[in-house]
Design a protein around this ligand. Sequence first.
Ligand SMILES: Nc1nc2c(ncn2[C@@H]2O[C@H](COP(=O)(O)OP(=O)(O)OP(=O)(O)O)[C@@H](O)[C@H]2O)c(=O)[nH]1
Ligand SMILES: [Mg+2]
Length: 373
Amino acid sequence: MIVKRFVGDNAEGALRQAKTELGEDAIILSSGPTRDVWWRFWQRRYQVLVAADMKERAAAEPRPRPLAPIPLVRPDVRPAPRQPEAPWSEMVGLLQSLDRRLKRLEDVEDAEVPPRGHGAAEALLMTAGVSEGLAVQLAEKLPRDDWRDPLKARLLERLGRPQPVSLKDPIVLTAVGPTGSGKTTTLAKLAAHFALVQKRRVLLVTTDTYRVAAAEQLRTFAAILSVPLEVALRPQEVEGLVARSTHDVILIDTAGRSPFHELHLAEIHSVIRAAAVRGPSEVLAVLPATMRAEEMLLAARRFAPEGAKICFTKLDEAERPGAMIEAALALGWPLGYMTDGQSVPEDIEAGDPARLVNWVLNPDPVAGGETHG
Ligand SMILES: Nc1nc2c(ncn2[C@@H]2O[C@H](COP(=O)(O)OP(=O)(O)OP(=O)(O)O)[C@@H](O)[C@H]2O)c(=O)[nH]1
Ligand SMILES: [Mg+2]
């Protein structure tokens, strides 16, 4: 496929050139006046951005035979499997998005001064890893000059108030999420905080009996904290433990699973239901900040029920905060906790939207930690 911009004195001229060169089947991706600066409006010309599938055109024309076949790989190297070609409509969509981005860049160049208002806010959000669509939405109608504070306020409002668990009444909290997302470590951090700082009677329960040494990992933490640990082999055992327990806080660990394995997901959902045997119970969707937003969304929706609390982990390993903001806004669930290191119990804090927002506005400091507040 080929993509080319044609410029003429008027729309007809530009289109004629495009058709002569690329044929009648070429697709117009965008058209309009060239984007000259306003004081050159009398020189304004017309441009079209056109894409054409040159394979089809080439097929119609006789092709010269190559003189001798040239091997493209060394004989001992196995050729990589051919990637399926993206469908034509997908390519056109991609090109149109590319063209929109190019136009934005042209706007910046045309203006010959740094972008202001929504343009600058969009650029900042996208640098932070927020998708183009959400960046455009969040930057809409911001003032031209002092846009940073309004953007901050808008983001904070959209992210909502953080909601760590309340210890007013006894609680049951089940951690769910993808493999290695930090469920066990986060529960150990919470157990330490609730037992040692809040002086509550804590019970740890693990249902992760699949991985060798998974229960041992939590048993080690439990022993250090002097907190009892129960191992539940089946969801029914969780129900019995929760029903009988007189502890202030019951923290339930689940096994990391693939979000696509229906049977394993069903087991985790059974644990969540069992945990609610004596009344409302909390679910913590543990999502690593290093994941892409789409992966976080999929995992959260597959593992956790609607309205679960989000716990973003591994902020210290994430380069940008965009995926977390994108996922939190798309889910609309409250931010419960954030963790930023492997140390138990210190590397955990209540969900802090301001930290994420400051990280967007000051992209350089590591993990937004320097700008906390
Ligand atoms: N850098 C960093 N590492 C973390 C954080 N939280 C957990 N980890 C590490 O991530 C790895 C996996 O943590 P676990 O707590 O075992 O994760 P899990 O979700 O229980 O894993 P599975 O039970 O296997 O699904 C360990 O090496 C942890 O030390 C964090 O906030 N930052
Ligand atoms: Mg675990």
